[in-house]
Design a protein around this ligand. Sequence first.
Ligand code: NDP
Length: 279
Amino acid sequence: MSSVDQYAVFGSPIQHSKSPRIHKLFAEQTGQALEYRAELVPAEQFTAAVKAFFAQGGRGLNCTVPLKELAWDYADKLTERAELSKAVNTLALQEDGSILGDNTDGIGLVTDLRLNHALSLKQKRILILGAGGASRGIIGPLLDQQPQLMTVANRTVEKAVVLAQEFAHKGSVSACGYDDLSGQSFDLILNATSASLSDELPPLVEGLLAEQGSCYDLAYANKATAFVRWGREQQAIKSLDGLGMLVEQAAEAFYLWRGVRPDTTQLIQLLEAERQGVG
Ligand code: NDP
């Protein structure tokens, strides 16, 4: 057992994860002694891998695709936002030995939009593309910002309908398929599909983005994603990707584990500068 506190991210695939780097830099910046590694863990090995990790002295875990629902099942206790989203991206060992499950994706996104990009969500019309695990995590925190309305559009419409029903008590949220979006326009369009990972776009009709509207792709890459490029073509005032969300959700997890808030601005600037050198 190592004397330094152990943290990790589990997922499959995992080789391109930026989380070990982000947490290492947070630890250096805040003077916290910890180690954080990435481990390839397919769904069928999840339970055994998590048990072994905590049995060997692990203090906290991040879980990414395809493990967030399994992590939700695994946790002994859940934060309110994790309970609602039915997906967990952060597990934390508690003093009594129990495991707390949280979902920091939504607050990470909202912080990036509001604080890093000065985008207010109040009374805005929001469209979310996709109804997978990421959408589950962001809908509640976005509705907390009191938008005028929210629409969730998905290829498999039934999944969007289920999500809209689950979150109906938090605000005005409806569901539809992509064809049903004709004639509507939105102030903020968030791409929470995984289409960008294969440089594809969901089937988007013309006129979806209102004047002065913004686009945000939860996915991130060294080059502009297909959806970020689409946003630019639609004259979005901002067309952003999910790098800032990634750093902000990591900062929330770090805070849950260590009780210390890292400076995210510095790190986002560093990662942006690095990818501009690459992209
Ligand atoms: P899931 O696999 O749970 O869901 C994928 C969603 O994408 C489904 O709604 C699916 O539709 C839809 N989809 C996939 N391909 C297409 C396509 N070609 N056209 C239209 N819809 C499509 O993935 P997640 O929700 O976990 O992740 C979604 C994205 O969010 C990923 O790119 C991920 O990297 C990103 N993400 C970023 C984070 C960050 O910190 N920046 C944090 C979490 C996620 P259907 O249901 O019909 O199959």
